[in-house]
Design a binder for this molecule. Structure first.
Ligand SMILES: [Zn+2]
Ligand SMILES: [Zn+2]
Length: 536
């Protein structure tokens, strides 16, 4: 029975207006009390603008508050932007929290987390076993697409389950919450099979050694490289821990059945140049990964040289362009030929382009389309496309919005707490804390540290000790900036009225101001300043 005040809502806590850090929740119940279902719990990667930060995660305050009404967390696939925050943020940090049961749902399976009934739909993507979710409720059925594409020949796994999606359309679909990553791109993404063909040609025509880098999680691509190498009479050497780990798991789970055994890096030196393909980590220019070390000629086992060929079978994630550029330039300087997706079909995205979105909406015929998994432009283009092909309602929302999907037209009805957390070393900190802002400031202006001692009358005892970090040594006139700071400290103390000199806090403030002004007069930038006053 549906009581009149019940509603079905969708609230993204991450992944809307950004690519990465996906976390969606669905709620069913009255306005005051709902059962919640969470979908995915991913990370985003920090760029140079967040010095020292490894990962960005969604703030799950809302889920912690509502933990008693949370029926479960369902993961769509094993990319880090969908599950990467799980270990750090789940279980929900309650001391003595009960063991949380983990249910493995078979491909295409169905699981009941009342009041939600969730059916998995196999979809093609760039990692094995990706799923869309059909979420059935008494107020309507939602298709949460996860990351998907249409690929009739995905090399691994079945193509996207068109039959199931058509059935959903026949039964009636209230809303699609869908991937917008490639909504600005016309046409269809090429198939993994086309990439495999192109890789084979490039390995076949290579005169010397070949190295290929790709995302280690793209098992289909690794399989394609292995098949191409085998067809060209070459052995595959795995270089990098992530490659070795994925290869081991893929063997254990049968995804490498029929693929020849791979060789360890220790064999690389013994294989003739035209008999080897090195499959390397480091497609994003990560400095410690295999390809970066090869580009700097610093890898202990694997070297490349003039006439060898490197294939970047990957896309550069925005933010990594400089790092990837450094690797490419390092290789080119050594006379190595570098092939990227700019000139050859050596990579395809795992996300749907416009014609694929049109196909999906043709099959499912939803009443509402809500674009997610994209930046503002992707979301807007996705919504416009859906409207153009006749979807009655589209709505672009933001992280933290609560969108009522039923009853009535889709609308933003509320908001819930959302935000970002940073993984900083071993700690998880709130993005609102000053830590990273301070760090960024330190990066621009450095710090002056001053330590001085005063006696009971407020007279200086000995000389202040001054240390500069991240500040130039000399001013334009040749004076040392630590001398400038030192003089400013002494002068400031001596010019203070005797009464104020006996108050250490007021000495700290005055010295800080004096030192910063004196250094700024020479440098043109105001450093941070730490002052320690010892009263003797
Ligand atoms: Zn993905
Ligand atoms: Zn994703």
């Amino acid at each position: 029975m549906t009581s009149p005040n019940e509603e079905l809502v969708f609230a993204p806590l991450g992944g809307v207006g950004e690519i990465g850090m996906n976390l969606s929740v669905y709620g069913l119940g009255s306005q005051r009390k709902k059962a919640w279902l969470a979908v995915d719990l991913g990370v985003a990667f920090a760029g140079d603008d967040l010095p020292g930060i490894d990962l960005i995660m969604p703030d799950i305050r809302f889920l912690v508050e509502e933990r008693r009404n949370l029926v479960g967390l369902v993961l769509t696939h094993a990319h880090e932007d969908h599950y990467g925050a799980l270990i750090d943020l789940w279980p929900l940090s309650e001391p003595g929290a009960p063991e949380i049961p983990v249910t493995i749902v078979p491909l295409g399976g169905r699981i009941k987390l009342p009041p939600f009934d969730i059916e998995f739909v196999s979809v093609a993507h760039s990692i094995p076993e990706s799923n869309a979710l059909i979420i059935r409720t008494k107020l309507g059925t939602v298709l949460h697409t996860g990351d998907w594409k249409l690929d009739p020949t995905p090399l691994i796994g079945a193509p996207t389950d068109e039959g199931k999606l058509r059935d959903l359309g026949d039964a009636g679909c209230l809303a699609v919450i869908g991937d917008s990553t490639n909504a600005v791109r016309e046409g269809r993404s090429p198939s993994e099979r086309d990439v495999a063909k192109s890789l084979k040609e490039l390995i076949d025509s290579a005169p010397g050694r070949v190295a290929v880098t790709t995302f280690a999680s793209n098992v289909a691509r690794i399989r394609a490289v292995a098949a191409a190498a085998h067809a060209c009479g070459r052995e595959v050497v795995l270089v990098g821990r992530a490659m070795e780990r994925i290869a081991q798991v893929a063997r254990e789970t049968g995804y490498f059945d029929g693929v020849q055994d791979f060789r360890g890096t220790d064999t690389y030196g013994y294989l003739p140049p035209d008999k080897v393909v090195a499959l390397c980590t480091g497609s994003q220019g990560e400095p410690r990964a295999a390809l970066s070390r090869i580009a700097l000629d610093e890898h202990p086992d694997v070297t490349l040289g003039k006439g060898d060929r490197v294939i970047l079978s990957s896309r550069t994630i925005p933010g990594n362009e400089k790092a990837v550029g450094r690797v490419i330039n390092g290789l080119v300087r050594q006379g190595i030929e570098v092939i990227t997706d700019r000139t050859h079909l050596v990579h395809v995205s795992g996300h749907p382009r416009r014609a694929e979105l049109e196909d999906l909406y043709g099959w499912v015929r939803p009443r509402i389309v809500m674009p997610v998994h994209g930046e503002a432009l992707h979301l807007a283009e996705h919504a416009a496309l859906a409207r153009k092909i006749g979807v009655p309602e589209t709505l672009v929302c933001s992280n933290g919005d609560v969108v009522r999907l039923a009853p009535g037209p889709a609308s933003i009805v509320d908001e819930v707490p959302q935000g970002r957390l940073y993984k900083d070393g071993r700690l998880i900190i709130d993005a609102e804390q000053r830590t990273v802002a301070d760090r960024r400031r330190l990066g621009f202006v450095g710090v002056v540290s001053v330590a001085l001692a005063l006696d009971a009358q407020g007279a200086l005892v000995g000389e202040p000790v001054v240390e500069l970090i991240g500040i130039p040594e000399f001013a334009t006139d040749g004076r040392r900036l630590d001398d400038v700071a030192h003089e400013a400290a002494v002068e400031t103390v001596e010019n203070l009225p005797r009464g104020r000199r006996r108050d250490p806090e007021s000495v700290v403030d005055a010295v800080k101001r004096g030192v910063r002004a004196a250094v700024a007069a020479q440098w043109g930038k105001k450093p941070l300043c730490l002052v320690h006053v010892l009263t003797i």
